[in-house]
Design a protein around this ligand. Structure first.
Ligand code: XMP
Length: 517
């Protein structure tokens, strides 16, 4: 296993992602976790991440000296390279200007790190690599025992190595996909240099995770808020496998779910898997509190608050429950060294369960804490959840509450659910569902005129939204085929009485957001 020490770079998480991709287990911790922890962790290799500081300004931002004393390979990336150089007696200086973006470097000599890796050759037959640089400082003097293993004009020491001690360092970022051969470099490091095996795989992980849950909860009971989303569904399947009837799920129908969602959740979990699920239909309660409210943030607050109410009331009926399970995943919990003040244990706010563990005096069980989203999906499949459920688009906690503009009414939710289901059906049929990151219909509470048969209609409008994105921070509207849009529009207008107009949203994020509220 590999230990990654985080110096606060924006992309440190990607290092962990790249290591896991090599089927090697790794953990990411702040650079100052302490010597005892590092010894205890007993890594086969250590990676020092990038970070925003300058080694000559931030003196406390150093790798614990033990990193270089354990006798295990070390890979320094960007700031990690600079601090390695500084700590081992080399020299680091400001470049004068920031170097940011693609760079071509030339591999030099034979290093284990770049063995057999090149994007192309130059005229003299030297291997060239396309890498991603982002730095203001650079190493200008090698520490003793090191030699240059890659360089270019603006960065003569673009990578360095002391192959005897197995210390390697690169000024560029191999963890970002812009460094085309980054994946191969990590393979060299973890497999060839650190001698890690390929032993992080899903089937083994399933057994490990089950054993861990059993050890943690013993014979105590656990409650889980099951939403039908990917994370809570995978937690439900995992816990059911691990502790069977000690798990009780609470599924709250707030009246703002997608068409047949409650039905599907009950089918998948209660009937097919035999999970204990309490299905609470709280539609009337939610609609009652939402009546007359049209401010989006206000609506979100009400929906969140009512969820806590309902969930708490159910939980109180289970006095034996000692644990509250949550679908927190790795990106939610990684501590950022960037702030220096360690972030408190985060609870996913959009799960609307903030504050629950305290008031209910429950211990928190988070079996997905170590996993990235795609690993959660893989785990879901390994546990036998349907592909369709595991690869579902994200759905906001407040559900259709933020997709019905203005005041939420049950009548609007019913229309929207049907329109949305038609859109999703047709996307799946046309093989576009998987090519979009999120797609849904939005209800616009404005009426426009239409003709139907001999008469005029005066009915509501539905907007279709489909986006493509990596991280949901920015997004492009999906260029769906016109024929597909036409079919969806026809079906909605013909099948959903009350809607006579369908429009397609062609706004990017930014400046628009993905949701309409
Ligand atoms: P926006 O609309 O901000 O959405 O571009 C980005 C992503 O966040 C989701 N989203 C929410 N999820 N509670 C949630 O759980 C919310 O209140 C909420 N608002 C937006 C949105 O669906 C998209 O995936």
């Amino acid at each position: 296993k590999i230990l990654i020490l985080d110096f606060g770079s924006q992309v440190t998480q990607l290092i962990a992602r790249r290591i896991r991709e090599q089927q090697v287990y790794c953990e990411l911790h702040p650079f100052d976790v302490g010597e005892a922890f590092i010894r205890e962790f007993n890594p086969q290799g250590i990676i020092l991440s990038g970070g925003p500081n300058s080694v000559y300004e931030a003196e406390e931002w150093r790798a614990p000296q033990v990193v270089f004393e354990l006798g295990v390979p070390v890979l320094g990336i960007c700031y990690g390279m600079q601090t390695m150089a500084q700590q081992l007696g080399g020299k680091v200086e400001s470049s004068g200007k920031r170097e940011f973006g693609y760079a071509e470097i030339r591999a030099r000599g034979h290093s284990k790190l770049f063995q057999g890796i090149e994007d192309r050759k130059n005229a003299e037959g030297h291997g060239l690599l396309d890498v991603w640089m982002s730095h203001g400082d650079k190493v200008t003097g090698l520490p003793e025992g090191f030699r240059v293993i890659a360089s270019n004009e603006s960065c003569p020491i673009a990578a360095m190595a002391d192959e005897t001690r197995k210390f390697y360092a690169v000024q560029f970022h191999p963890e970002v996909t812009h460094t085309l051969k980054g994946k191969d470099m990590f393979a060299r490091f973890v497999h060839d240099i650190c001698a890690c095996g390929h032993d992080w795989n899903m089937p083994d992980y399933v057994d490990e995770a089950i054993a861990k849950v059993r050890a943690q909860v013993g014979s105590e009971e656990v409650i889980l808020g099951l939403s039908g989303g990917v994370d809570s569904s995978v937690v439900a399947a995992l816990l059911h496998r691990a502790i069977g009837d000690q798990l009780t799920c609470v599924f709250v129908d707030n009246g703002l779910l997608r068409l047949n969602e409650a039905e599907q959740v009950m089918q998948t979990f209660a009937r097919n898997l035999g999970v204990k699920v309490i299905h609470v239909d709280a539609t009337a309660q939610f609609m009652g509190h939402l009546a007359g409210v049209s401010d989006p943030e206000q609506k979100r607050k009400i929906i969140g608050r009512e969820f806590v109410e309902v969930f708490q009331a159910e939980a109180k009926k289970l006095p034996n429950a000692k644990w509250l399970a949550q679908g927190t995943i790795y990106p939610d919990v990684i501590e950022s060294a960037g702030s220096k003040t360690k972030k408190a244990h985060t609870i996913k706010s959009h799960h609307n369960v903030g504050g629950l563990p305290e008031t209910l005096k429950l211990k928190l069980l988070e079996p997905l804490r170590e996993l990235f989203k795609d690993e959660v999906r893989e785990l879901g499949l390994a546990l036998g959840l349907p592909h369709e459920m595991v690869y579902r688009h994200p759905f906001p906690g407040p559900g259709l509450g933020v997709r019905i503009l203005g005041e939420v009414k049950k009548e609007f939710a019913d229309l929207l659910r049907r329109a949305d289901a038609i859109f999703i059906d047709e996307l799946r049929a046309a093989d576009w569902y998987g090519k979009t990151s999120q797609a849904f219909a939005v209800f616009l509470p404005v009426k426009s005129v239409g003709v139907m048969g001999d008469g005029r209609t005066y009915e509501y409008v539905v907007a279709l939204r489909a986006v493509q994105t990596q991280d949901f921070m920015t997004a492009h509207w999906a260029e769906l085929p016109h024929a597909l849009l036409g079919k969806v529009s026809n079906r909605i207008i013909n099948e959903v009485r009350g809607i006579n107009r369908v429009v397609y949203d062609i706004s990017g994020k930014p400046p628009a957001t993905i949701e309409w509220e």
